[in-house]
Design a protein around this ligand. Structure first.
Ligand code: GTP
Length: 239
């Protein structure tokens, strides 16, 4: 039996990551890749919860910058995350992974409401639980929802999925000499204003000593690699 470094994790996927080759919406290549990576670790007995963003459909902050009130813009964003959750649920179920979607805003014809104890029970039964609708509150990002839900379900770590293989001192796409950090502290992230999770989410992780690993989800096998303790991406911890 392979030794697992983590047994219960929360995977944070941005809406942007679901775009893949598209300008808008959900690229099935992306959801299929993510689903098969999740399947690999669920089959090892890992309990996986997912928080998903909505930026592939709607960006609340830019909508509010363009004149919409922030609360309304954020509610539309929360609805976008529910669309993504259903898309990912479908991709997971097509490959035989049992899932439950729970929403922070009640929408019971479509999914279960968020009930912490039920979510934990689902995880214990090795169902993948997808948390949708952010925290249910405007002004809070899905990063903050990820930190909050991870704490509530007592996940050991947040897996922050990105398109690059960790956190760099500058944009590695634009700058050839960008340096990757293998390890960082929460304080480094806040002081250097590195975009790992937003500052509210980072503070929540720091106060509660919840580590974050930032890694490239586009590379098949990476979720399993991190679960098995391989040095992939950037690890953010208290010290
Ligand atoms: P157990 O308690 O372990 O049996 O969990 P379960 O999720 O299988 O039980 P339940 O009978 O609550 O759910 C059966 C199915 O109905 C699952 O697919 C749930 O996702 C779904 N379900 C449960 N509650 C709701 C709800 O409030 N709204 C919607 N739309 N679906 C629900």
């Amino acid at each position: 039996m392979e030794k697992l470094k983590y047994n219960r994790v929360l995977l944070k996927i941005s809406g942007q990551a679901l775009l893949g080759d598209l300008d808008y919406g959900i690229d099935p290549k992306v959801t299929n890749n993510i689903s098969s990576q999740i399947k690999e670790v669920v089959e090892l007995g890992v309990e996986v919860a997912v928080v998903i963003g909505g930026g592939n459909f709607w960006r609340g902050v830019s909508a509010s910058a363009n004149g919409m009130d922030r609360t309304t813009a954020d509610y539309i964003g929360m609805l976008a995350t529910i669309m993504n959750a259903l898309g990912l649920q479908n991709a997971l179920e097509r490959i035989g992974i049992i899932t439950r979607v729970q929403t922070a805003i009640s929408m019971q014809e479509i999914a279960e409401p968020f009930i912490r104890r039920k979510a934990v029970r689902h995880l214990e039964k090795k169902r993948v639980v997808i948390f949708a609708g952010g925290t249910g509150n405007p002004y809070f990002t899905t990063d903050t929802a990820a930190a909050l839900r991870a704490l509530e379900i007592e996940a050991e770590i947040i897996f922050k999925a990105t398109k690059v293989d960790g956190v760099y001192d500058k944009d590695p796409v634009k700058f050839k000499d960008a340096r990757k950090f293998v390890k960082l502290t929460f304080l480094d992230v806040l002081k250097k204003n590195l975009r790992v999770l937003d500052s509210t989410a980072t503070s929540l992780c720091m106060e509660n000593n919840l580590p974050i690993v930032v890694f490239d989800i586009t590379k098949p096998g990476n979720i399993k690699g991190v679960i098995m303790g391989k040095k992939i991406g950037t690890l953010v911890t208290k010290e």
